[in-house]
Structures are given as C-alpha cells and as structure tokens.
Design a protein around this ligand. Structure first.
Ligand code: SAH
Length: 484
C-alpha cells in the first residue's frame, strides 16, 4: 500500500526536515505487521514528494489474529488471501504514526516555524478501501479544507461492465499544516476502511481525541467518525461523543485585539446564548470565570489546565493581565497552545499567557504570589494519598489570594443515563466526592492554611441530589498572609 505526500512550498525539500527523513535516502522501518519504506520519487526546490510504502506480511497478520481470537474465521483462507497487503487501511494509519511520529505531533527541531505553518500539500492514496463509497471520502475530507477527488476503481479494468470495486483512488489538495494533514489521515483512513478487527481498548478514545484535537469536535461527520474509529463499540463511542461535545461548546475563539476591533463584547464576555442549553462544561467555566471576576484578580493561574478550556475564556477577558496554564502533561499543554493559537497571537496577547509544565504535588516557586488560582475538575484525578501534597504545594506554598475549586458531585451521578452505579464520570477519576465529603475537605484545608471558604454548585439543581458540579471559593485571610 502506498501514500505520497507532495509540497510545492519552497524550498520544497524542507519536507525532509518536517518528516525527519532525508530526501536522498531510502529508509526502512520494521512494523508489527510488515515493513515500511520511505523514499522520495522527486526532490527539487520547487516540488518534493515523499512516499510511504508499506509491505504487509500476511503471515504476521494471520498469526496476530489467530492469537487474538480463535473464532472460526481466523482459520479460514481469508486470513491469507485478503486485500490487506495492497489497499490502504488502518495498517497504513499505524505505519504513519510509527514512521512520522514527530511530524504528527507538529514538532520539528530544524524547521519549527514551518511545522506550525499551513503549506500547499497534495496527498495521494492510489488504492484506498472505502466502505460507504467515494462520496464518503469527500464528506470526510472536504470540511477539513481539502479539495478531494475520490475516483472509484473498477472491479476489473478488462470488464468495465462489472462495475466499481469498493476501492478508490484518493487525492487531497489543500493548504494545510503538515501535522494536521497527517492527523486527518491517521484518523480517517481507518474510518474509511472500517475494518478494525483488533480489540479496541478504552485508551483509543484518548488517541482519537488527541489526533482529532482542533478539528474533530466541529466536524459535521464526527458521529460517524467516532463510531467507526472505535470499531462500533457503542459505549466507547458514547463517551467519546460526550467529551467532544464538551470541547465543542467550550471552544471560544480568542479575540485578536490587534485587528479592527470587531471582536464581540468589549469586556470579552463569553457569548453563551442560552445558559440553560449550554453544556455543563460551559456553565462550569462560566461559574469559575464569574468567581474569579468577583475576586478582583488580574493575575491568574489555572492549575491542571488540560486542553485550555478555561484559558481561552481568561485570555478573552482583558481584565486578566497575566494568565498561566499549568499541567503535568505536555500533551495537554500542546493542545492548549494549539487551541489558543499561541503561535499566531499578536505579541501583546502572547505576553499575557504562559504555559508551564509542573506537577501540582510538588512545591513550585513560579506559582507563588498570584491573585487567584483555579483547580477545575483536577483534584479527582489525583490519588487520594497525594492530596496532602497538593494541599501543601497549592495552599501552603503557592498561596494564591483566591482559590476556586470544582469537582463532580458523586450523589448526582444517578441522574446520568448509561453511567452504571458506582462508576465514575471519567475513567481517569480516582474518586468522586459527595457534598458532605467535599465540604469536609474544603473546611479542613481552609482551616489548615488560613483561608475562608464558601461552597456552591454549577448546573441544574436537584432538590435531593444537589448540583452536578460542586464549586468552592477559598479566600486567604489577610492577617495570615502578612505574617508569612
Ligand atoms: N481543568 C481542565 C482539565 C481537567 S482534566 C478542565 O477543566 O478542562 C485534569 C487535568 O489535570 C489533566 O489535564 C491532567 O493532566 C492534570 N493533572 C492531573 N494530575 C496532575 C498533577 N499531579 N499535576 C498537574 N496536573 C495534573
């Protein structure tokens, strides 16, 4: 199976730097299912093409499958006689992620600026298995900025009357960041193939959301993409769609005040038309922003900022002169930087933002002295045994003037259809507190560290169960502050 990638961005041979594969060499990579070769059929300053050729070893495929499942099919001839070696499929997608790993992440040591820029690209996959027909390929790639041609291949060239096969010759052209292009392919090739046979582990959701960062949440075909990518596993697809919906609603464009000033409300308020219809994620973010505004803070740090949902809101509001996002995960910080379009912000805006990698269970001097800090949906991701370390690092050492904390209300979970009793809302949660448990924690840490606290909630209130999200605002007691 073959994929070629051409650019005319001059000097076109810079493609070699972006892919970290030298245009003058032919390179080979060993894959679990065969061998990948990378070579350049053309490499001039005006036009450069990289080719990825994957040779599948049907025997290795067969062995893997037989071990994976001893279903009757795994002993049939289909195991040895199939299209896997010739047609692009999910195997090409895994080869892409192995061979072009750093390009896929948008990282380039030698050409960092180019890696962040949209460049003219054309991509060709001459034989792609396309379940659902050529139209589907058009529907999937067009919304991402590609001009698509997907020509169905005849079953047999000698016998056109036999009609078309389920394979297409796919060409994409567009001006797209290379990393985005590779991520589109990484997700959409297996979606078009729709024949993922292996067991789909829950971490496939994270892989999908990571590769889909910045484009999947708003894709008109996101439901189909999610369903097929997760091999029609209903429960996983449901979870993925819920997380996408949160991203979609939480994504607020960052106003660019260097241009003509038509950037919405002057105070940067977030445009949520009807608060009752906004998702819980949006209402939570609004509530945190309101608490911060009420505190009078201007220098704010978002602890465990994740993909930057709150940072976009903070940055959009000019009262905040300094906005810091902190997370232990570089992956999360990369997504946040992308969502904030950090590389494209005018210098004045860039100077207001910082993204730092730090673990909240260790004291970090950089975090000291901020007016306010936020722990939005973070504490429940920590092992309970590590909470005292976080309390010390945040309230004992960083000591923000105000600390806003949100966390799920475990009592409310019975209201979530499809969430079995005793299950958490997110697979990475280590615990979820009842209202009494949260209140006890807030009262204790406030007393231990010289803060006063108020507790409220976010989302539709249930008279028996409370709010879906719990929210606490801790305020430093001034006298304590001055004695330190
Ligand atoms: N506040 C964000 C993200 C919540 S998810 C939002 O509401 O959208 C929890 C985040 O906390 C993740 O991004 C995770 O990487 C981060 N996190 C978990 N443990 C952490 C730790 N010990 N130090 C720093 N960040 C941590």
């Amino acid at each position: 199976m073959l994929l070629t990638l051409t650019t005319t961005h001059e000097p076109a041979t810079d493609l070699g730097y972006l892919l970290v594969k030298h245009p003058d060499r032919v390179q080979e990579f060993d894959l679990p299912t065969g061998t990948a070769h990378v070579f350049y059929p053309e490499a001039t300053a005006q036009r450069c093409t990289a080719a990825l050729l994957v040779e599948v070893d049907p025997q290795r495929l067969g062995v893997g499958r037989r071990r994976a499942a001893s279903t009757p099919e795994s002993f049939t001839l289909g195991q040895y006689v199939n299209d896997r070696a010739y047609a692009a499929s999910s195997l090409l997608s895994s080869a892409l992620s192995t061979v072009f790993r750093s390009a896929l992440r948008g990282v380039s040591r030698d050409r960092p600026e180019l890696a962040g820029s949209a460049i003219p690209l054309s991509i060709r996959v001459p034989v792609l298995r396309c379940r659902g027909g050529a139209d589907l390929a058009v529907r999937l790639f067009t919304p991402l900025g590609w001009t698509v041609t997907a020509a169905p291949l005849p079953l047999d060239e000698q016998h056109p009357e036999w009609g078309d096969s389920r394979y297409v010759d796919l060409c994409l052209t567009g001006t797209v960041r290379l990393a985005d292009a590779l991520n589109h392919l990484y997700v959409l090739l297996p979606v078009l193939d729709d024949a993922k046979h292996y067991w789909v582990a829950p971490d496939e959701i994270d892989k999908l959301l990571r590769a889909g960062a910045g484009w999947l949440a708003d894709h008109p075909e996101r439901a189909l993409i999610t369903r097929r990518y997760l091999a029609h596993r209903r429960a996983l697809a449901g979870q993925a769609m819920a997380r996408l919906a949160e991203l979609r609603l939480a994504d607020v464009p960052v106003p660019d005040d260097s241009v003509d000033g038509v950037t919405g409300p002057a105070d940067g308020a977030t445009p949520v038309a009807d608060p009752r219809r906004a998702s819980l994620a949006v209402r939570r973010r609004e509530a945190v922003l309101a608490a911060l505004a009420a505190s009078g803070a201007t220098r704010v740090v978002d602890l465990g900022c994740g993909g930057g949902a709150l940072l976009t809101g903070l940055l959009a509001d000019r009262r905040y002169t300094e906005v810091v996002g902190v997370d232990v995960s570089t992956q999360a910080l990369t997504v946040a930087a992308r969502r904030l379009r950090l590389d494209r912000l005018p210098q004045r805006q860039q100077d207001r933002v910082r993204l730092w990698q730090s673990a909240l269970t260790y004291r970090d001097d950089r975090l000291r002295g901020y007016d306010a800090a936020v722990l939005m949906e973070v504490v429940e991701h920590l092992d309970p045994a590590r909470l005292p370390a976080l309390e010390d690092a945040v309230l004992g050492h960083a000591r923000p003037g105000t600390l806003v904390v949100t966390t799920p209300n475990a009592e409310y979970n019975v209201r979530y259809e499809g969430l079995p009793a005793g299950r958490f809302r997110h697979p990475d949660h280590r615990f979820e507190w009842t209202r009494a448990e949260f209140a006890a924690w807030v009262d204790r840490v406030a007393a231990d560290h010289g803060y006063t606290a108020t507790i409220s909630g976010v989302g539709d209130h249930d008279p028996e169960l409370g709010h879906p999200t719990q929210l606490a605002v801790l305020t430093a007691v001034a006298s304590r502050e001055t004695t330190r």
